[in-house]
Design a binder for this molecule. Structure first.
Ligand code: SF4
Ligand code: SF4
Length: 81
């Protein structure tokens, strides 16, 4: 049987999580959305909180660093640490 390498996406985990209790998007904050170069963050119309729309994160971290309430956690995949 030929060797099959596991892809990085199978090994890594979902990258960006937003703590809804800390996110103040409903008060007009869009900092993380504005700083993300990949344009993958958005405001969820139902919850009014920020969330990761597409999993194409570059792990560049301005969203986590610039969030005024510390609501964002970027989980760097094991293979990139
Ligand atoms: S920067 Fe922080 S508080 Fe502002 S919308 Fe993003 S997660 Fe919410
Ligand atoms: S780490 Fe970078 S690419 Fe990933 S969500 Fe944050 S700003 Fe966007």
């Amino acid at each position: 049987m030929p060797f099959q390498a596991r892809s990085i996406t199978q090994i890594s985990e979902a990258s960006v999580t937003v703590d809804p209790d800390k996110c103040i998007a409903e008060k007009g904050c869009t900092v993380c959305i504005d700083v993300c170069p990949m344009n993958i963050l958005a405001i969820d119309a139902e919850t009014g909180k920020a969330y990761m729309k597409h999993d194409e994160c570059w792990y560049c971290l301005p969203c986590q660093k610039d969030c005024p309430t510390g609501a964002i956690q970027v989980g760097i995949p094991y293979l990139l640490r």
